[in-house]
Every structure is written in C-alpha cells, then in structure tokens.
Design a protein around this ligand. Structure first.
Ligand code: ADP
Ligand code: 5GP
Length: 191
C-alpha cells in the first residue's frame, strides 16, 4: 500500500510567524506533527525545554554533529540549530512532519529528501516583520536589526521553494498550508 507521509519545511524570515503558524497547524490537524529542533541559544521567557526546542550546550551540539545525529544544522546569530534525524524519520512513519527551519536548512533537507515539500512564509510587508518582532518583545533592538538585515537573503531564496504563502491573517494562512499539505500528500501517493 502506498501511504507515504510528507516531510514539510516551513521557512521565512525571523518574526514572520513561523512558530505561531506551526503550533496552530498541529493543533488543527492531528496527522501533522511538529519536529522539535536542538538549539544552543538560551530559552526565551515562556519557552520550555523539549517544547519549543531541546536547549543544549555547544559542546553537546558538536558531539551530536559528529555522531551524524542531524538531518541538517546551521548557525544563526552565533548559535547552532539542528533537526534531529531520528525523531523525524520515526515520526514520518505515522504522520506528516513539519520542520520550522531557515532557508539554508530547508534546501539542505531537500538535497537529502527529494520529496520534501518546501513552503516559504512571506510577510504582508517588511515593516510588518519589525512590528511583529517588537510586539513579540523577546529581542533587543540590536538583535531585531540583525534579524531585519537577513530578511532580503531569506526572501531571495523564494524561487527555490515549492510554494509561498503570505501570513497576513493567521487562520487563513494556516488553512492554506494545511490544504497544500493534503494536496501534496495525495500526489505523493498517486505516483
Ligand atoms: P517566527 O517563528 O517566524 O520568528 P513568531 O511565530 O514568533 O515568528 O511570530 C512573531 C510575532 O508575530 C509573534 O508575537 C506572533 O504572535 C506575531 N504574529 C504571528 N503571525 C501573525 C499574524 N498573522 N498577524 C499578526 N501577528 C502575528
Ligand atoms: P529563533 O532563535 O528565532 O527561534 O530561530 C532563529 C532561526 O533559526 C530561525 O530562522 C529558525 O527558523 C531557525 N531554526 C530553528 N530551528 C532550526 C533547525 O533545526 N535548523 C535550522 N537550519 N534552522 C533552524
């Protein structure tokens, strides 16, 4: 029986709403699971180890790289982030898996998993990203500026992604992504 699940990558600039969307999507759809990445940065207020990320030290992260434990990893803002290979492969046996990672990570995943579905989240405008980052209240102005500088780079990779979806209204955007995943899952299993 052909019953494959889809490995979905959600990317887009920091502050565009990826984390918020990912949580909403897995709440709405029980057959989609969110992968939890490892990160070496400090948890933000309200973040819980094992929920937003597995927060590990740089030494632990390096060991995991050496042991081939990541599907992909990259460095952002002086910290490392990576997708744990075992979790993703195991979960894909029963559910579609959502990865919320940056564009380089997404393209790296596509190299290893040709069938991965790459979705880029676009902001309604660049200034809206700054508003959202300020509204989130988790970064200093300096860190917000660093994130703003990276936007153009991330959005420049849009053409390499399979789909782009604008996160204007959160609910509408989540529904649109769910629809794309369902369509692509059907296509995958028709082949
Ligand atoms: P990312 O994971 O891409 O860095 P977040 O999910 O943390 O972004 O969202 C950044 C901020 O923007 C959060 O405060 C979130 O509540 C807010 N946000 C997300 N989506 C929307 C939206 N569609 N409209 C308005 N605010 C949003
Ligand atoms: P934040 O610190 O705001 O949570 O995330 C910073 C950046 O790291 C975001 O662009 C986010 O998408 C990216 N990121 C989070 N997890 C991973 C991961 O496992 N791999 C890669 N390559 N990037 C990640």
């Amino acid at each position: 029986m052909n019953n494959q699940n889809v490995l979905v990558v959600l990317s887009g600039p920091s502050g565009v709403g990826k984390g918020t969307l990912a949580k909403l999507i897995v709440e709405k759809e029980k057959d989609i699971a969110l992968s939890i990445s490892c990160a070496t940065r400090n948890p933000r207020v309200g973040e819980v180890n094992g929920r937003e990320y597995f927060f590990i030290s740089k030494e632990e992260f390096k060991k995991k790289i050496e042991n081939g434990g990541f599907l992909e990893y990259s460095e952002h803002f002086e910290n490392y982030y990576g997708t744990p290979k075992d979790f993703v492969l195991e979960t894909l046996k029963s559910k579609n898996v959502l990865l919320e990672i940056d564009v380089n990570g997404g393209l790296e995943v596509k190299k290893n998993f040709e069938k991965a579905l790459l979705i880029m989240i676009l902001p309604p405008s660049i200034e809206e990203i700054r508003k959202r980052l300020i509204g989130r209240g988790t970064e200093t102005e300096e860190k917000i500026n660093l994130r703003m500088e990276r936007i153009e780079y991330e959005l420049g990779k849009k053409e390499l992604y399979d789909y782009s979806v604008v996160n204007d209204n959160l609910d509408v955007c989540a529904d649109e992504i769910i629809k794309i995943i369902k369509i692509e899952r059907s296509k995958l299993n028709e082949q």
